[in-house]
Ligand binder design. Structure first.
Ligand code: ADP
Ligand code: GN1
Ligand code: MG
Length: 343
C-alpha cells in the first residue's frame, strides 16, 4: 500500500486539509477500504475511501452508475434510513481514476455505526433482515433493467460448478488432496444448482451480498442505520438475498472459523431473520416463499464451491490472511450446509 498517492486522490474530491490520513478499515474481502478525516466548516468530517477491485468489477463506471441511480431513487421515495451515495470529485465524477488506471471512490462515513461479523442474538437478526427487506422493497419501483449487471453470472451455481470441475483438472495434486473430502462432498450435493435454476424465479433488483457486515448498526441503539456494499446490486432472484443472510447470520462461528465444532446453524437465528425479512417482503410469490430454505442451502453450497475453487486456483479472488485460508472457509461453509440439511 506504500505507493498509493492518498493526497492526490483525496484532493480530487476535497480542497480541505486532511486531518487523519487513510487507515485500513473493515473486514471486506473484495475492495480496499480506508477511513480518513478532513477539516471542514471547523469540524472533523469522516469518510470511507475505497479502491474498487477491478479484477472483479471490470466496469467500475457501471458499478458507480448503479449506486447513483439507486441513491436517487431511494431519496425520491423518502427511504427512511441513511442512503449510501458517493461524494463527487471536483469534475463531478463518482470516482477518481489515477494515472495508473485505479478507480477510487469516497462515501460519507456514517457516524456512530459499527458492523459485526457474527450475529449475537435474535433481535439483531430480526433487525438486520428487516433492514435488508425494507431496502429491497424500496427498490421495487425501479425496473430490474434499469441496473447494469456488474458481474455476469454472479450467482449462477451451474456455471460456478462447471468452473470448479474444470479447476480440478489443473489444480496441484497437493491441493486436491488437501481438499479431497470437500471436493467429493460438493460433487455429491451439486444437484441443488440445477434445481434452483429450473425454478425460473422472477427477476427482481437484489443486493446479492447480504452479509451481516454489509449492514451498519447504530452504536447506541443497535438499530440498522444503512445498507452498504452496493457493488452487486443488480437483477437477480430473491433466494440470493435470503440465502446469504442465512449463510452469514446463522453461523455460530465466523465464516473462517477453523474449529468446526464451533460451526452450527442456529435455528433460532434462522427463524428471527426469516420473520424480519418477511415482515417487509410481503409480495413474494408462492414459488419464492416455498423455496426460501432451498435458497439458503444453494447459496451456502455455492459459497463453499467459490472458496474451494479459489483455494485450488491459488487464491486469485478472495483476500487471504494465511495459505490455506480459502480451504478453511470452504470447510466451514460445508459444515454450515450440513446444519441446514438437518434443520
Ligand atoms: P467490501 O466489498 O470489501 O466488503 P464494503 O463496502 O463492505 O467493502 O466496506 C468494507 C467495510 O467498511 C464494511 O464492512 C464497513 O465496516 C465499512 N464501511 C463501508 N462503508 C461505510 C460507511 N459509509 N460508513 C461506515 N462504515 C463503512
Ligand atoms: C465477498 O465484499 P464482501 O466481503 O462483502 C463476495 C461475496 C461473498 C463474500 C463471502 C463481489 O463479499 O459474494 O459471498 O465475499 N463479494 C463479491 O464472504 O464477490
Ligand atoms: Mg462488504
Amino acid at each position: 500500500m506504500s505507493n498509493i498517492h492518498f493526497e492526490e486522490i483525496i484532493h480530487s474530491f476535497f480542497e480541505e486539509e486532511i486531518l487523519l490520513h487513510p487507515t485500513p478499515f473493515g473486514s471486506g474481502h473484495i475492495n480496499d477500504t480506508f477511513k480518513f478525516s478532513i477539516q471542514k466548516n471547523q469540524e472533523q468530517q469522516d469518510f470511507i475511501l475505497q479502491r474498487i477491485n477491478q479484477n472483479i468489477f471490470h466496469n467500475p463506471q457501471e458499478v458507480m452508475d448503479n449506486i447513483q441511480k439507486v441513491a436517487l431513487h431511494l431519496a425520491k421515495n423518502n427511504y427512511p434510513k441513511k442512503i449510501l451515495s458517493p461524494v463527487l470529485t471536483h469534475e463531478n465524477q463518482s470516482f477518481h481514476k489515477t494515472e495508473t488506471g485505479e478507480y477510487w471512490r469516497v462515501f460519507p462515513f456514517f457516524k456512530n455505526t459499527f458492523t459485526i461479523d457474527k450475529i449475537d442474538n435474535e433481535t439483531q437478526a430480526f433487525e438486520a433482515a428487516k433492514a435488508f427487506g425494507e431496502y429491497l422493497n424500496f427498490l421495487k419501483g425501479l425496473p430490474p433493467s434499469a441496473l447494469r449487471t456488474t458481474i455476469p453470472n454472479f450467482h449462477n451455481g451451474v456455471l460456478r460448478l462447471k468452473k470448479f470441475e474444470n479447476t480440478l483438472k489443473t489444480a496441484t495434486e497437493t491441493k486436491i488432496n488437501l481438499g479431497l473430502v470437500e471436493i467429493q462432498f460438493i460433487i455429491q450435493h451439486a444437484n441443488i444448482f440445477e434445481k434452483i435454476e429450473s425454478l425460473k424465479l422472477p427477476i427482481r433488483i437484489t443486493h446479492n451480498d447480504t452479509k451481516i457486515n454489509n449492514i451498519l448498526l447504530d452504536k447506541t441503539t443497535q438499530k440498522a442505520v444503512a445498507v452498504i456494499d452496493l457493488d452487486t446490486l443488480m437483477p437477480g432472484i430473491i433466494l440470493s438475498d435470503f440465502g446469504d443472510m442465512v449463510r452469514t447470520f446463522t453461523n455460530s462461528g465466523e465464516e473462517d472459523e477453523a474449529d468446526l465444532s464451533k460451526v452450527e446453524m442456529r435455528k433460532d437465528i434462522y427463524l428471527a431473520l426469516e420473520a424480519g425479512f418477511l415482515s417487509e417482503m410481503k409480495d413474494l410469490t408462492k414459488l419464492e416463499r416455498d423455496h426460501l430454505s432451498d435458497g439458503a442451502k444453494w447459496i451456502t453450497l455455492m459459497q463453499a464451491v467459490r472458496f474451494l475453487t479459489d483455494f485450488l486456483e491459488g487464491d486469485p479472488y478472495y483476500k487471504i490472511k494465511y495459505p490455506n485460508h480459502n480451504l478453511v472457509r470452504a470447510k466451514n461453509q460445508i459444515a454450515l450446509y450440513k446444519g441446514l440439511l438437518l434443520a
